[in-house]
Design a protein around this ligand. Sequence first.
Ligand code: FES
Length: 106
Amino acid sequence: QPTGLAVCPLNDIDEGGIGSTYLEDGTRIAIYRVRGEEVFATDDKCTHGASSLCDEGTLEGHVIECGLHLGSFDVRTGKPVSTPCTKAVRTYAAQVRNGTIWIATE
Ligand code: FES
C-alpha cells in the first residue's frame, strides 16, 4: 500500500480546479489540479489571514490567489508570489496513482 492519504479520484477535480481534504488532526488541505495528472497540495488557510484558499481562492496556472486580499502563492513551492502574502504556505507532496490523488502526510 502506498503511504500517505488518499484524497479523491483525480476526476473529482476539474483541470484548473481546487479540492480539499482534512488531515487526522483536522488541518484542512487544499488540493490543486493544474492540468492532467499535475496536482499539488498546500495548507488551506492563507498565511496572511483567515481565508480558505480552496473556498475563496482562484487558481491560475501554478498560482493560487487568495480571495480576501488578493495575495498569492506558487502551489509548487508554497512561496508567496504577491503581497500582502509574505510568509510561505506549507506544501505537501501530491501525486496521482491509478487515478487517485494521494498526498504525503509526514
Ligand atoms: Fe489571504 Fe489576506 S487573507 S491575502
